[in-house]
Ligand binder design. Structure first.
Ligand code: SF4
Ligand code: SF4
Length: 72
């Protein structure tokens, strides 16, 4: 299975939680930090991302990029 990592533009995130709900591997969570706009941004909480991009497709603020990790 592919491995991935997400990069979240914390200042774009509005803490809606849609990405957290969309992730089939449950690797995302809402953080305790506060961004410049007063929202708590999402973050990757553990390994296990499979680079499916469901989170990025779901985010209404286009705040997520997904990188596939090449293990070769
Ligand atoms: S790419 Fe898929 S597995 Fe990885 S964090 Fe996003 S929804 Fe979860
Ligand atoms: S879907 Fe986008 S705006 Fe909503 S919590 Fe996730 S990163 Fe933030």
């Amino acid at each position: 299975m592919a491995k991935g990592r997400v990069w979240i533009d914390e200042d774009r995130c509005k803490s809606c939680g849609l990405c957290v709900a969309a992730c089939p591997m449950k690797v995302l969570q809402i953080s305790d930090r506060i961004n410049d706009h007063g929202y708590r941004p999402a973050e990757q909480r553990k390994e296990g991302c499979i680079a499916c991009k469901m989170c990025a497709l779901t985010c209404p603020d286009v705040a997520i990029d997904v990188y596939r990790i090449d293990e070769a």
